[in-house]
Structure formats: C-alpha cells, structure tokens
Design a protein around this ligand. Structure first.
Ligand code: NYM
Ligand code: MG
Length: 211
C-alpha cells in the first residue's frame, strides 16, 4: 500500500478548553482518515492508562492533592513515557491524532500562576507537532455545552485564564478553527487541514519541541 513506502506519519494535535469539542472531533477525524486508507491512531493526554496517568486522574477527580509544580511535572512525565512509542509509530508511517499535548500542559499550569518558562522547560525534547489545531470556543459557550464534568479546572473563570495562555502560545504550526460553528463545518475544516499536513510532512524529518 501507499502508506508503508511513502514516509512518516504526521503528528496532529487538537487543543482547546474543556468542552471545546476536541474529543468528538478527534474521533470523527480519525474515522475519516481510516476510511481514506490512511494509517492513523487516536491518542490523548493525559493518558490515564499508565501509573503516572492514574496519579493524574486521581488528582483531577479531587481524590488526591498535589503541589502545583508536582502535578505539572507528572503531566509532562506522562508525555515523556509515551515519546519512544510515539516516535516509532510516526517513523513507521502511522499518523497520530492527539487530544491535548504540551500546550495544555503550559496553558493550564500557567493559569494557576506558574512561570511560563518554567512550565515549558520539561517538555523540551518531546516530538514537535506538525500541526496544532486549536478549537476556539468562548469559555461561556463551552460551559453551556452540558456543563462541565466536575473535574478540577472545570470552572469558567479558570478557563478564561487558560484561554489567554493558549493565545500566547500560538505559533506557525497552529491553525485556529472556530469551534462554535456547526459540528459538520468544523469537521470539514479539520479534514482539510489534516490531509494537507499528512501529505506535506511525509518527507520531512521529525523534530523536537523547542517552543
Ligand atoms: N491538563 C491536561 C493539564 O492540566 N495539563 C496537561 O498537560 C494536560 C495534557 O487535564 N482539564 C488538564 C486539561 C483538562 C484535564 O483532560 C483533563 P481531558 O482532556 O479532559 O481528559
Ligand atoms: Mg475534561
């Protein structure tokens, strides 16, 4: 098949506030790509399946208390423990559609008041994404969408600060999509962005995140 001989897979990240539609859009994009014969997998961070991920999950559910820097480093460690597998998947030609990455790490911790440079440092050396799609939804709109699930951070005032920090992280790999548009419209835009990205990065080497 074409996929196995024509270079590496793409690292595509979806970012956005809680309830911005990332998880639904990741699933839709993944099934579209698979339908097109593209080798792709859906990943998410935090990956709650590892032992670090279980500590994160307990913290988010308010079942444990952790110092702000400690939980920040656990979120980063949770990405590091997946780095080797991520690299081998990408080099083997599999595209990864990932729900949250280092940008969530920085935006959420910085919203607590932690220094941004300090927040960025532990993720230096992870694999740099080929494309970051930011689903832009006003915090008020996101909160209306069936409310929040009761996890830590799911408060409108906090989400507003997270949005400001996301804004300051935008760089040339980012595409901002209006997440308040109808689901099908958003889906269509994501298909086009991802398809272009997958084609373009086949011959490009993987690089590391430097911010
Ligand atoms: N979150 C997620 C962080 O605070 N730092 C991180 O590095 C990552 C990946 O965890 N409110 C926050 C954002 C979410 C929460 O994510 C759980 P999800 O996508 O709801 O499982
Ligand atoms: Mg959530």
């Amino acid at each position: 098949d074409a996929g196995s001989k024509s270079g590496r897979g793409a690292l595509v990240i979806l970012e956005g506030l809680d309830r911005s539609g990332k998880s639904s859009q990741c699933a839709r994009l993944l099934s579209y790509l698979e339908g097109q014969g593209c080798r792709a997998e859906g990943w998410r961070f935090p990956d709650r399946g590892t032992s670090v991920g279980q500590m994160i999950s307990a913290y988010l559910a308010n079942e444990s208390q952790l110092d702000d820097r400690t939980i920040h480093l656990l979120f980063s460690a949770n990405r590091w423990e997946k780095r080797a597998l991520m690299e081998s998947k990408l080099l083997g030609g599999t595209t990864l559609i990932v729900d949250r990455y280092s940008y969530s790490g920085v935006a959420f911790s910085a919203a607590k008041g932690l220094d941004i440079q300090w927040c960025k440092a532990p993720d230096v050396g992870l694999i740099a994404p080929d494309l970051v799609i930011y689903l832009d939804v006003q915090p008020e709109k996101a909160a209306e969408r069936g409310g929040y699930g009761g996890e830590r951070y799911e408060k409108i005032e906090f989400q507003k600060r997270v949005a400001d920090h996301y804004h300051s992280l935008r760089d040339s790999t980012w595409k901002v999509v209006d997440g308040s548009l109808p689901m099908e419209t958003v889906e269509e835009q994501l298909r086009e962005l991802a398809t272009n990205c997958i084609q373009k990065c086949q011959e490009k080497p993987l690089t590391n995140l430097t911010w």
